[in-house]
Design a protein around this ligand. Structure first.
Ligand code: MG
Ligand code: ZN
Length: 220
């Protein structure tokens, strides 16, 4: 048994979604319109997130990071869970539709991780411009539209090896495709229902102590 972990960030490692929380704080009305179009699927997830960040001026970067550092709650047990994986030499990847400039400061005290795959941001213009280094590979159903932004199933295909037992930890829409590739899903919120519907092997969790128990059970 060679486990490998792919863990979502927003709503999984953090208790709430950081993009929603910062948009609500800094540009509530304008971002709400975009969120609505995303929900109605008139624009892709990727284009919606890009449009939201373009509402913010590049010089708001520090204020955004500080706001998230002050308000974001890391889910209980995360530090112990990461430490366990490190001790057991279990590869631990963060795969997130969030952005490096706020993920890195929020995770700084928990690392190092085997890798962090997420979106990036360009602050050289007037507004914050998102950059997508982890786009969809040809096997992704959204390859044509490149609609995922940070494509989690593509990252898993690239990183995991045949002998790996793939554990996907997540909560929501952006984890749905990744979950299909998992040998075990640790799920909360919307992802639980999705796993039920698709009969995917999963365990629900509330804190990372639940995840820790699940992994210990696996490797014992
Ligand atoms: Mg999430
Ligand atoms: Zn994709």
């Amino acid at each position: 048994m060679k486990p490998i972990i792919f863990c979502d960030f927003d709503g999984t490692i953090t208790e709430t979604d950081n993009i929603i929380s910062l948009m609500t704080q800094f540009v509530p009305e304008e971002s709400e319109k975009i969120a609505k179009s995303m929900m109605e699927k008139t624009i892709t997830f990727k284009d919606g997130v890009s449009a939201m960040f373009e509402l913010l001026s590049a010089n708001q970067k520090d204020a955004v990071v500080q706001y998230l550092l002050d308000t974001t709650i890391i889910r209980k047990g995360f530090g112990d869970f990461v430490r366990f994986a490190q001790e057991e030499h279990i590869p631990f990847y963060i795969v997130s539709g969030g952005v490096d400039f706020f993920i890195e400061p929020l995770l700084k005290r928990y690392g190092p991780f085997s890798g962090v795959y997420c979106n990036s941001a360009d602050f050289s213009g007037q507004q914050i411009k998102l950059v997508y280094p982890n786009s969809c590979d040809k096997e992704c159903t959204k390859f044509k539209s490149q609609g995922c932004g940070c494509c989690k199933p593509s990252v898993i295909r690239k990183v995991a090896q045949k002998e790996h037992f793939k554990i996907v930890i997540g909560d929501s829409l952006s984890d749905f495709e990744a979950a299909k590739q998992a040998d075990l899903v640790l799920a909360r919120d919307h992802l639980i229902k999705r796993c039920e519907d698709l009969h995917l092997p999963y365990k629900p969790f509330e804190t990372f102590y639940d995840c820790l128990d699940a992994i210990k059970e696996l490797i014992k």
